[in-house]
Design a protein around this ligand. Structure first.
Ligand SMILES: C[S@@+](CC[C@H](N)C(=O)[O-])C[C@H]1O[C@@H](n2cnc3c(N)ncnc32)[C@H](O)[C@@H]1O
Length: 268
């Protein structure tokens, strides 16, 4: 199977006018959590890492610093939007067709990628095989089933617009392969694919309007403007939603981030 044999269905586009903003917002919201978990797995100089769907590339570059000149980070994205580095290799490729020898990596990281791929279980099995014995995989995914996310809606705004935006977004993205439940299924799937020492950390925090997750929703409402309209939201609802998302008195929770870590059993 080649890149062109399979359907490209990913719902966002790194090359769109809002694509770069989206990736920067994701990095700002999620990097502290990812770096905490990745650090706890024990990254050492010389490691060979794979970062799948690296987006802005902030975690790729952080990993490259940790593994140093004797290590290497391979970044694979259908639409790479990151800069390179002396120990970074970037491949423009669909992970569903990528191929590596068994045992090629000490660490594999993917954040908010498998949740968008209908073939996520097949991909996970490939990733497990690419780990060396004792190697680690770290998957971070958003649970999009828990949507009670408005912590405070200031006077003059309608909190139900946020709920409408969330359900419409899901209606736009699920036909393109996104799973709302994968975050809660990854733990069991890792055990099923033979990984051991599987553990999951759940992380979320709140943000004022105009920051963090509110900026991300604002950006995504522009990137997916036409699709949201086609799925039933009106121009007026989108305009009111955007106004609310920029009001600093608003307080929204981010989605619950499930970060699941597993290890390939060590060889005996
Ligand atoms: C939601 S973004 C997440 C970016 C980054 N991991 C983060 O959390 O900030 C998903 C990323 O995965 C990439 N991607 C989507 N489908 C892919 C596929 N089939 N193979 C490789 N990369 C893919 C996208 O281009 C995008 O960069």
């Amino acid at each position: 199977m080649t890149n062109t044999d399979i359907e490209q269905r990913y719902g966002f586009d790194n090359t769109s006018s809002e694509g770069g903003n989206q990736l920067q917002h994701l990095a700002g919201i999620l990097d502290p959590h990812s770096i905490n978990v990745l650090t706890s797995t024990g990254i050492t100089p010389g490691m060979r890492c794979l970062d799948i769907g690296p987006g802005a590339g902030t975690i790729t570059h952080w990993l490259a610093e940790q593994v140093g000149p004797d290590g290497r980070v391979t970044a694979i994205d259908i639409a790479p939007a990151l800069s390179s580095g002396p120990n970074i290799g970037i491949r423009q490729e669909d992970i569903r067709v990528s191929d590596f020898d068994p045992g090629s990596f000490d660490l594999i990281h993917a954040r908010l990628v498998l949740m968008h791929l209908p073939e996520r279980l097949t991909v996970l099995q490939k990733l497990a095989d690419w780990l060396r014995p004792g190697g680690t995989i770290v998957l971070s995914e958003w649970d999009c089933t828990y949507l009670n996310l408005v912590r405070h809606c200031p006077e003059g705004h309608d909190p139900s617009l946020h709920d409408l935006f969330q359900t419409t977004l899901i209606n736009v993205l699920t036909p393109r392969g996104m799973s709302t439940t994968w975050a809660t299924e990854a733990h069991g799937a890792m055990l099923h694919s033979g990984l051991t020492k599987v553990s999951t950390v759940v992380d979320a925090r709140t943000y004022h309007g105009g920051t963090g997750i509110c900026q991300l929703h604002y950006s995504n409402s522009h990137q997916l403007n036409d699709a949201l309209l086609a799925a039933g939201m009106t121009e007026q609802q989108l305009a009111s939603l955007r106004k609310m998302l920029l009001d600093p008195r608003l307080m929204l929770s981010g989605y619950l981030m499930h970060t699941t870590t597993g290890r390939r059993p060590a060889a005996h």
